[in-house]
Ligand binder design. Structure first.
Ligand code: MN
Length: 197
């Protein structure tokens, strides 16, 4: 899975792998706040809360699985957001390789999978994330995770996520969460998703 390791005891701010105005279905204005302000605050708070926690120099998944309260919330949100921002780009907008085979086997088709994923994202009450993960038996599962939770807490390998906190879409889509969810397929890079298996 995609894990993140501290450098000299500190987690670093990720750089976007594309220009802030490049994605189209997410505006540069939204990305400026979402990446530049929200993620930055989570990274800064995580680094402030780590000293004395006993979890210094551990990979981020271990911090998430062994913390509570503010430390947990900020650690979870850093992993969630890095995986969210990293999975977008301008190519590979259809599943590839092993993940394509697993989608066909476990959901019947890419269209069926997208429908279920969007439906779970649209019906998640409040703030959170909809995730595609692989379980220990090698099957794909879609889960709704509230607030800062991540499927790694339940022993799953997280592969793909859509952020349904309002800050992820409100500037561009206002209350139309379903429109935001269906637009994101245009920018998912499935090579990145497959690399997380
Ligand atoms: Mn967010």
């Amino acid at each position: 899975m995609r894990d993140i390791f501290p450098v000299n005891g500190l987690f670093e701010m990720m750089q976007l792998p594309y220009g802030a105005d490049d994605l189209g279905v997410i505006s540069g204005n939204t990305l400026g706040f979402h990446h530049g302000k929200h993620l930055k605050a989570y990274v800064d708070n995580l680094n402030k809360l780590l000293p004395g926690s006993g979890l210094e120099n551990k990979p981020l998944s271990e911090v998430i699985c062994n913390s509570k309260g503010g430390l947990f919330n900020n650690a979870g949100q850093v992993l969630n957001h890095v995986m969210y921002f990293e999975q977008f780009g301008h190519q590979n907008h259809e599943p590839v390789g092993r993940v394509a085979e697993m989608i066909a086997k476990d959901f019947g088709s890419f269209d069926n999978f997208k429908k279920e994923f969007e439906q779970k994202g649209a019906t998640l009450f409040g703030s959170g994330w909809v995730w595609l993960s692989a379980n220990a038996e090698g099957h794909l599962v879609i889960t709704q995770e509230g607030n800062a939770n991540n499927p790694v807490m339940n022993g799953l390998v997280p592969l793909l996520t859509f952020d349904v906190w309002e800050h992820a879409y409100y500037l561009d889509y206002q209350n139309r969460r379903a429109d935001y969810l269906s637009a994101l397929w245009q920018i998912v890079d499935w090579k990145v998703v497959e690399s997380r298996l």
